[in-house]
Every structure is written in C-alpha cells, then in structure tokens.
Write a protein that binds this ligand. Structure first.
Ligand SMILES: *[C@@H]1O[C@H](CO)[C@@H](O)[C@H](O)[C@H]1NC(C)=O
Ligand SMILES: *[C@@H]1O[C@H](CO)[C@@H](O)[C@H](O)[C@H]1NC(C)=O
Ligand SMILES: *[C@@H]1O[C@H](CO)[C@@H](O)[C@H](O)[C@H]1NC(C)=O
Length: 191
C-alpha cells in the first residue's frame, strides 16, 4: 500500500482510470488568459513570467518516506504517510535533459476520505538567470483527479513577492520502478 501511495503522488491525469468528474478543467492556455485578464492594468511594475519544465520523482531515491503512523496500513487513503523530496527539474521530459533546478520539500497524505496529499515545497533554480532564485508552492494535490493545480505562494531572488499558478500533468509513470515524470506549466507575477 505504501508503494501504491508513492505511485499515486503527482499523478494528476489518470484519465484511463478516473473520468473527468468535476467541471471543465482549465489547461495552461485558459489559465494564462485568466491570468492576464486579472493582472492587467493594476500593477504596471509587475512582470509576468511563464515557465515550462519537468519534475522527476524517482521512487526511493529522490523521494524518501520519512514518517508513517501505524494506522496508515489500515487506511484506504494512506492517511499520515509522509515523504521528503529532492526531485530534479529538467527542461525536457527525459531525466538526461538539462537540469534547471530541484523541487525540495515535503508531502503527506492528509485526507481520511480521499487519496489526497498536502505538498509544501520549494522549486530551487540552479541555471541561467534564475540561478539562486526559488519559488514556494503550498497546496493540496487530489492525486486521483485528472487535472491538478498548485498555488505558487512566494519566492526569493528575482521571484521576490511572486505569486502564481502551477498546472501539473503526469507525463509518464513506470509502475515497476515507480519513476514518475510530471510536466509543469507555471505562470506568475513578480517584480
Ligand atoms: C499503534 O500504536 C499505538 C501506540 O503505541 C498503539 O496503542 C496502537 O495499538 C497501535 N495500533 C495499531 C493498529 O497497531
Ligand atoms: C549558479 O550559481 C552558483 C552560485 O553562484 C554557481 O556556483 C554555479 O556555477 C551557477 N550555475 C550555473 C549553471 O550558472
Ligand atoms: C528511474 O530512475 C532511475 C534513476 O534516475 C534510473 O536509473 C532508471 O533507469 C529509471 N527507470 C526508468 C524505467 O526510467
């Protein structure tokens, strides 16, 4: 069950298994249009930055279980199981493509009724003009839903006072080894 739990994390688009159950999910284009419609005119000093990259979750290597109450084994939603992550971020979907940073933080199964995790992580950039800057994401991830949106609640360096939206989409998933690759589309306001 623990292993299934780790497989479920970051899986935001298991469309074969789970039908689209709520509303019309917005894609990166719709979110960008919405973003511009609300951010125009009000803050002329703010920049809007878009980012596209891939996160690699390698079971047992870049994601480690750090806590589990003895009741998790009996929980259908893995409630309580908690992981520490240091997942590479790359420009392309291959792990071998150019590294641009790492996603570092924690997530844990936080619902007794659904398979849902709370994620608190920093996207720490190590390349180019973003090198040394970071974004902080805090949100919940209903891992069995086909679409997943995470808030960006702050940042450091060139991303001071950033806020924005990250749309997650599972790009690939290996059931045997547990490697999961997640596509990120991020749009943010910052100064
Ligand atoms: C879990 O641990 C607590 C405290 O040690 C114990 O009282 C309880 O019986 C345990 N429950 C299970 C399901 O093992
Ligand atoms: C990023 O910044 C660090 C610290 O200044 C530096 O050591 C490193 O070479 C930089 N990396 C890249 C890819 O520019
Ligand atoms: C999973 O990731 C590990 C570590 O990067 C790698 O060695 C392994 O080949 C990957 N497995 C698959 C099926 O991609």
């Amino acid at each position: 069950m623990g292993k299934l739990g780790i497989f479920a994390i970051f899986l935001c688009s298991i469309t074969m298994v789970v039908p689209l159950v709520f509303g019309v999910a917005e894609g990166p284009k719709e979110v960008e249009e919405w973003f511009h419609s609300v951010s125009n005119h009000h803050h002329p000093n703010q920049k809007v930055t878009k980012m596209h990259f891939y996160l690699h979750d390698v079971f047992g290597v870049t994601t480690k279980k750090v806590a589990k109450p003895n009741t998790t084994a009996k929980s259908p939603t893995f409630f309580g199981e908690t992981f520490m992550i240091d997942n590479p971020l790359t420009v392309g979907p291959s792990q071998a493509s150019k590294l641009i940073g790492r996603a570092q933080g924690l997530y844990g199964f936080s619902s007794m009724e659904e398979v849902r995790v709370t994620v608190a992580m920093n996207l720490v950039f190590t390349d180019g003009s973003y090198n040394g800057s970071s974004l902080t994401s805090l949100g919940h991830n209903p891992v069995l839903q086909p679409k997943c949106e995470m808030p960006i609640i702050g940042g450091s360096g060139i991303f001071r006072l950033a806020r924005g939206v990250a749309l997650l989409n599972t790009y690939s998933h290996d059931d045997i080894k547990g490697n999961t690759t997640v596509e990120y589309n991020v749009i943010l306001q910052h100064y």
